[in-house]
Design a protein around this ligand. Structure first.
Ligand SMILES: Cc1cc2nc3c(=O)[nH]c(=O)nc-3n(C[C@H](O)[C@H](O)[C@H](O)COP(=O)(O)OP(=O)(O)OC[C@H]3O[C@@H](n4cnc5c(N)ncnc54)[C@H](O)[C@@H]3O)c2cc1C
Length: 618
């Protein structure tokens, strides 16, 4: 089956052409873009629209392949060369029972960056998220000001379920669809929402709160990565040079003028230095962008001095690290074969459906079928401002017979065998609560001056205890309620606290039961008590891989800011950062959509900036 898929992929590529990879460089380019992830790919496309500008795009990785295309199985890509494979430092209170006692932080290494290995969910966040950015002094970043850029990048499927039309774009490069298959679970999930008094909403519409089908970056049932969306349409422009397998080791900044002047990189063991006439655009992502800044002398003075790096600009690079934590492993058994597991999708009919028609279970993005944005009783936010997301996964951990999902999460075989072995291969699905508004902040710093060493990653999950309490509330919504008396009334949010999704009518009809095998190491606590869930979270909860914030955007009076609202590095002319690292506060959303938006807006800012300067837009 895989060979057939590969053959067809290669045929398609031969027809569409591979991305041209340059080995010949001009001495200078107008713009040098470092990293072709979601932010960098949009920049490469939009800046090369200006025919007079010469653009160089440098990327460590290479082209995606037929395996990365399959929406259902992104886990497979994480055991491939497409993953940087970062791991955090050991934390005292998080990921303690995962492999090596660390959290896995996969990141994409490819043209298209992390959008080549991610779970493809497309979702922007709440109006208040962006209004909050603007209120912190980031002029131009309020919801009303960023919405046009979300719409600009998007090409929505006109058949999108529950779509609020005015919140979707139709002429962009990035395709957004629902999966071309659904299990009965997603209808049960939407019905559960209604039973709780929630609307079935468009997760990118006016109100974020509610239950919905997942929207995803898919094109005709296949992954629509940043490379497919933004690089392929631009790859034959003569003013855009793309260089793959090119590892940037340093940005050259003049120590006197503090201006970014060139970029150094390594390709095929050869070292290159290429100059910029206008700007270096740093889009290497939340981990590599701050690392490169610090290696280039831009970062916290004391930290750089300790490593003998000459300090060019003292900025709080690497602070403000934020992420969404999530608790996997809440599996539910059902009597009927309505779930997706590795065994039942191997049916050749499903494979052929996917290969020839782009339909069937293989089109479900990462197995995620539904999303709910809800508010817990722990929240002090306004009623329409959710603090927990619940993702409906059409399969459970017990269906992970190959071990791929376990591997991503960093779950040990010992844990798996104790909790899931006796239900392995049975019909299960999972409900995954995600903490949407984390208050804990982590830090990224250098371990050495070697650009090929991973930096030190310290997420500091749950250092603000409120995060833990909210996540426990999230678990109670889906798994095990402690509520005895429901304060029934018009405010459905309170009512919701006392119910569990799996006990609603449609789920009951499917014969849904919560799998209650206790998690090893936590049996000492009464099952379902706060102490029990706290223990489970600290040992086994992991990340949804939404790390952002390490080159925080903020005005000049914000002492923690690294870039200004124009995305220019404070005090360093000709250097901008355009990727997830600039996000000041993580939105209540899967982060990719916001980063495409940042790319679109960043490109317009660059065009506007150079309009009235030499060799601007003609
Ligand atoms: C497993 C996983 C699942 C996810 N699922 C979702 C989801 O369902 N929905 C969602 O919205 N978000 C999801 N995300 C998050 C989302 O994909 C990322 O936030 C987003 O893609 C990051 O974009 P970026 O441009 O900031 O960085 P990236 O896309 O990571 O791009 C950075 C690029 O820079 C390159 N690079 C790094 N260092 C160098 C260097 N020194 N020289 C040259 N190039 C370099 C990298 O190889 C990479 O291509 C997921 C992430 C992961 C890891």
């Amino acid at each position: 089956q895989l060979r057939l898929m590969q053959f067809l992929y290669e045929m398609t590529n031969r027809f569409n052409g591979s991305i041209p990879d340059t080995n010949q460089y001009l001495p200078a380019y107008d713009f040098i873009i470092i990293g072709s992830g979601s932010g960098g790919s949009v920049m490469a496309n939009r800046l090369s629209e200006v025919k007079d500008w010469k653009i160089l795009l440098l990327e460590v990785g290479d082209e995606e392949n037929f395996l990365t295309d399959v929406p259902l199985t992104p886990g497979v890509t994480q055991v491939s060369r497409f993953n940087w494979g970062y791991k955090t430092e050991k934390q005292t209170g998080a990921c303690t029972a995962l492999k090596g006692g660390v959290c896995n932080w996969p990141k994409g290494r490819a043209v298209g960056g992390t959008s080549v290995i991610n779970f493809m969910l497309y979702q922007r966040g709440h109006r208040k998220d962006f209004d909050g950015w603007a209120a912190a002094g980031n002029d131009g970043w309020s919801y009303d000001e960023v919405l046009p850029y979300f719409l600009k990048s998007e090409k929505v499927d006109p058949m999108l379920e529950g779509m609020e039309k005015e919140f979707h774009g139709t002429n962009g490069y990035l395709n957004v669809e629902n999966a071309r298959f659904k299990t009965p679970l997603v209808d049960a999930f939407l019905e559960a929402g209604k039973e709780f008094g929630y609307q079935n909403s468009d997760p990118n519409g006016e109100s974020l709160v509610g239950f919905s089908r997942a929207q995803a970056t898919l094109r005709n049932g296949r992954r629509c990565s940043a490379a497919k969306a933004f690089i392929r349409p631009a790859m034959h422009r003569t003013n855009l040079h793309i260089s793959m397998k090119s590892w940037v080791t340093k940005i050259i900044v003049d120590p006197v003028t503090k201006t970014a002047t060139a970029v150094e990189f390594l390709k095929n063991k050869k070292r290159y230095r290429v100059r910029t006439r206008k700007e270096v655009i740093l889009s290497a992502g939340t981990i590599a962008s701050p690392q490169l800044l610090m290696l280039s002398g831009i970062g916290p003075r004391e930290h750089l001095r300790n490593l003998n790096i000459p300090v060019i600009q003292d900025l709080k690079v690497g602070y403000n690290l934020q992420d969404h934590v999530t608790f996997n492993g809440l599996d539910f058994l059902v009597d009927r074969p309505v779930t997706i597991n590795e065994r039942n999708v191997q049916n050749p009919v499903h494979v052929l459906d996917y290969v020839f028609r782009g339909v069937g279970p293989y089109t479900i993005p990462g197995g995620a079928e539904g999303l709910a944005f809800v508010k817990t009783s722990n929240s002090t936010f306004a009623a329409d401002y959710p603090d927990i997301e619940i993702v409906l996964g059409a399969g459970g951990l017990s269906g992970d017979t190959s071990g791929t999902l376990r591997n991503i999460l960093g779950i040990t075989d010992e844990f798996y065998n104790k909790v899931y072995k006796n239900i392995m291969g049975k019909n299960t699905f999972e409900l995954v609560p995600v903490l949407m508004r984390p208050r804990s902040r982590g830090r990224l710093s250098l371990k050495s001056t070697n650009p090929f060493h991973w930096p030190r990653l310290e997420p500091n999950f749950y250092t603000d205890r409120n995060d833990l309490v909210t996540l426990i509330e999230g678990i109670r919504l889906v798994g095990q309620s402690s509520c005895m008396i429901c304060p029934l009334g018009p405010v459905s949010f309170y009512f919701f606290q006392c119910l569990q999704i799996a006990k609603t009518r449609r789920f009951r009809e499917l014969g849904t039961r919560f799998h209650t095998a206790p998690f090893p190491g936590c049996e000492i606590h009464p099952f379902g008590s706060d102490e029990y869930w706290e223990c489970c979270i600290r040992k086994y909860a992991s990340s949804l891989q939404h790390q952002v914030g390490t080159c925080k955007m903020g005005p000049s009076y914000d002492l923690d800011a690294v870039v200004n609202p124009q995305l220019q590095v404070h005090g360093v002319p000709n250097l901008r950062v355009v990727d997830g690292s600039v996000i000041p506060v993580i939105p209540a959303a899967h982060t990719n959509a916001a980063i495409f938006m940042i790319g679109e807006k960043g490109a317009d800012m660059v065009k506007e900036f150079w309009k009235y300067r030499g060799n601007g837009i003609s």
